[in-house]
Design a protein around this ligand. Sequence first.
Ligand code: DQA
Length: 155
Amino acid sequence: MSDGQAPLVVLLSGPNLDLLGERQPEVYGRAQLADHVAAAQEEATRCGLELEHHQTNHEGELVELVHEARRRAAAVIVNAGALTHYSWSLHDALAAFDGIVVELHLSNPSAREPFRHTSVVAGVAHGAIAGFGGLGYPLAVQAVARLLAERSAPG
Ligand code: DQA
């Protein structure tokens, strides 16, 4: 990270996000996960960041991906899908990650069913981007870039 290489951003996608494009398009849109990852990738390149993406439908695997980001990544951007609302193991893994954490959602969970109004990720994230559809992916990368620039600014 401090050896002159571009800072690494790990983008994590949780359960059912592999079905984007087919799954409830009226809520999540018609774009596929690969389209959102490409938009995030493009923004990362523009901001001088390296981006790596992983998707899993398994809670434990998501926890392990956060562990793998430790000491390697400057930031984690996570759309944890429904795990957002109840996965305390994901909360604890993110709490053990030293870098920047951005919670990301395509939809605005606060404007949906009551079970989506709780986020167990929110308390261990620097901030959240939700409700902007696919635009949220480049926005999340931009947020990371700005926070990293602030951190490395003198004074
Ligand atoms: C989501 C919102 C969650 O409530 C839901 O379970 C998802 C997708 C979003 O991106 O809007 O799977 O994280």
